[in-house]
Design a protein around this ligand. Structure first.
Ligand code: 1JT
Length: 269
């Protein structure tokens, strides 16, 4: 963990809700990542975790984080490449026979497509955003399927811009709409295997993905004033919802999108 950030001791209940459960988490970039908040919440209830990172440059960051939660599986996996997905699950199959959950916290769009007007989105920019941010859920779920236990859970992250127009979110809103619809179709497909698929619609959080977004700070202030809870959501609260969705508490919940946004999305004016 970086020295600038305070490192809070991770507590773990070995007999917690996820005792004996194993799973893989895609999308940890650093200790501010929502994927990391999910990892910590799942670890705290006894889960065993595997991680992938998107590019060589991230290895140095991810390895110590993974080690801090006792993970012995950390592999590079560019989800934009079918062969990376295949080889990741081939290796995971040698590490564990079965898994119980997948956390997908992956999205990408070109910076120029997250400002200005949606109407200016190029064919390439549109395809890239939808490929990385929506199709990868389908690809990863399919690859995980042979290893998934009965009662398994797939969780992905989305944002309100999928439902309503949020200035600048643009092509990511369209990609997240495709992701949320994919959650429903995957849930319908996998229901007969008793595998659940859900999304968490997180309010804005200061993560690497969010930084460098024009006007993000103003957005945090705006949400703080208008959300019923009069504050922004914490990464830890997104993690706790991922814990709920991967646990038996959510055994009857599939195809759903849970808003963890301090209530922001229920307000019209
Ligand atoms: C990506 C980025 C996906 C930022 C994201 C995201 N999902 C939510 N955010 C935060 C956000 C971004 C914008 C926004 C509101 C929230 C950046 C990298 C690509 C994937 O617009 C008002 C643009």
């Amino acid at each position: 963990m970086s020295q600038a950030t305070e490192s809070k001791e991770l507590t773990r209940n070995e007999n917690g809700m996820l005792k004996g459960k194993k799973g893989i988490i895609f999308g940890v970039a650093n200790d501010h990542s929502l994927a990391w908040a999910c990892a910590k919440a799942l670890y705290s209830e006894g889960a065993e975790l595997a991680f992938t990172y998107q590019a060589e440059a991230l290895e140095r960051r991810i390895k110590p984080l993974a080690e801090s939660v006792g993970s012995k599986f950390v592999e590079m996996c560019d989800l934009g490449k079918d062969e990376d997905i295949a080889s990741t699950f081939e290796k995971l199959g040698k590490h564990w026979n079965k898994i119980d959950f997948v956390v997908h916290a992956v999205a990408f769009a070109n910076k120029k497509d997250l400002e200005g007007h949606f109407v200016d989105t190029s064919r390439e920019g549109f395809a890239l955003a939808l490929d990385v941010s929506a199709y990868t859920l389908v690809a990863v779920t399919r690859a995980a399927l042979p290893m998934m236990n009965d009662g398994g859970s797939v969780v992905t992250l989305t944002y309100y811009g999928a439902e309503k127009v949020v200035q600048n979110y643009n092509v990511m809103g369209v990609a997240k709409a495709a992701l949320e619809a994919s959650v429903r179709y995957l849930a319908a497909d996998l229901g007969e295997k008793n595998i659940r698929v859900n999304s968490i619609s997180a309010g804005p959080v200061r993560t690497l993905a969010a930084m460098g977004i024009a006007g993000f700070r103003d957005m945090l202030k705006f949400v703080e004033q208008r959300a019923p809870l009069k504050r922004n959501v914490q990464a830890e609260e997104v993690g706790k919802t991922a814990l709920y969705l991967t646990s038996d508490l959510a055994s009857g919940v599939t195809g759903e999108c849970i808003h963890v946004d301090c209530g922001y999305s229920i307000i019209a004016l």
